[in-house]
Design a protein around this ligand. Structure first.
Ligand code: NAG
Ligand code: NAG
Ligand code: NAG
Length: 265
């Protein structure tokens, strides 16, 4: 994989990448503790049964909404996941969320996640965005060279070269500008299993607690597909995940072929 000039500087400044962007408020200083978590099941969901009496088969989570492929075809692994979305404009009260795609981290593979995406913050009515990748359980690394604004159309791709090496790619669809990084698992316990693939809006964690989910309107992933090396699955082969907090929906999701739509509830 060729590193573009665009991202070579990131590779060189890797170890300091998380130390940036604590300038403008305590909220953002807390980003140093920011972490994405695996799918956490809502205690409201005893099974996939509906919270609201509807006939949905959705999964319920306290921290994820979006689309989830729960397992690959027997004997295969997800090795390549992609999706495109438009960065939302946040409104209202202070809060933060993350829009990302990844391999593993679903109920069948909670020990690790290889993921990349955009963190979206609103603080005092102002939107801030940060590109990042994370190989959970390690905290996220910020990709400061990829400067993001609301309404930018971004394509994300996560590939597993093998279980402990991956490639993440972010592309600006307006310019075609694209950068890739080769990343490695923090340790062997974080080796990918390739058992889940997902397109997620996450209520992320800072200082060990979920930050308030901001009013994001809608996030739609298009071209949401995952490849095992043998077959390509659209998101529609999987399940929609709704975010439930304090007994109520905060984000609901639908999937149609390769389009995953997440609505702020
Ligand atoms: C994408 O390109 C547009 C047009 O040049 C630019 O305004 C925007 O900031 C870029 N976004 C990213 C994430 O590179
Ligand atoms: C995974 O791929 C990387 C990059 O090609 C290589 O350096 C590494 O040795 C491989 N690891 C395993 C366990 O095969
Ligand atoms: C969901 O969980 C919350 C918090 O435990 C509880 O107050 C609420 O009644 C639950 N709602 C349902 C529908 O089970």
């Amino acid at each position: 994989m060729k590193l573009t000039a665009f991202f070579i500087s990131i590779a060189l400044t890797f170890s300091v990448a998380t130390a940036s962007s604590s300038d403008f408020s305590a909220h953002l200083a807390a980003r140093e503790s920011r972490i994405s978590r695996p799918f956490t099941k809502s205690t409201n969901a005893t099974d996939n049964g509906p919270l609201d009496g509807s006939t949905t088969e959705d999964l319920y989570s306290t921290n994820w909404a979006g689309g989830l492929l729960e397992s690959p075809p027997v004997g295969q692994r997800f090795i390549d996941v992609g999706g495109t979305f438009v960065v939302p404009t946040l409104r209202g009260n202070d809060g933060a969320m993350s829009v990302w795609i990844g391999i593993d981290g679903g109920p069948n593979a909670p020990q690790s996640i290889l993921q990349t995406g955009i963190d979206c913050y609103i603080i005092g009515g102002v939107n801030y965005f940060f590109a990042w990748f994370e190989w959970y359980p390690q905290n996220a690394f910020e990709i400061t060279e990829f400067v993001v604004s609301a309404q930018n159309k971004i394509t994300l791709r996560v590939q597993a070269v093998n279980s402990t090496t991956g490639i993440i790619t972010l592309t600006n669809e307006s310019t075609g500008q694209s950068g890739s990084l080769e990343v490695t698992a923090p340790d062997d316990d974080a080796a990918l299993q390739g058992q889940t693939a997902e397109w997620i809006v996450e209520d992320l964690e800072q200082d060990g607690t979920l930050v308030p989910l901001p009013s994001f309107g809608q996030v739609q992933f298009t071209d949401a597909a995952a490849f095992t090396g043998v077959v390509e699955d659209f998101a529609s082969v999987g399940v929609a995940v709704d975010m439930v907090q304090n007994g109520g929906f905060v984000a609901t999701s639908t999937i149609n072929e390769n389009i995953v739509t997440v609505d702020y509830a």
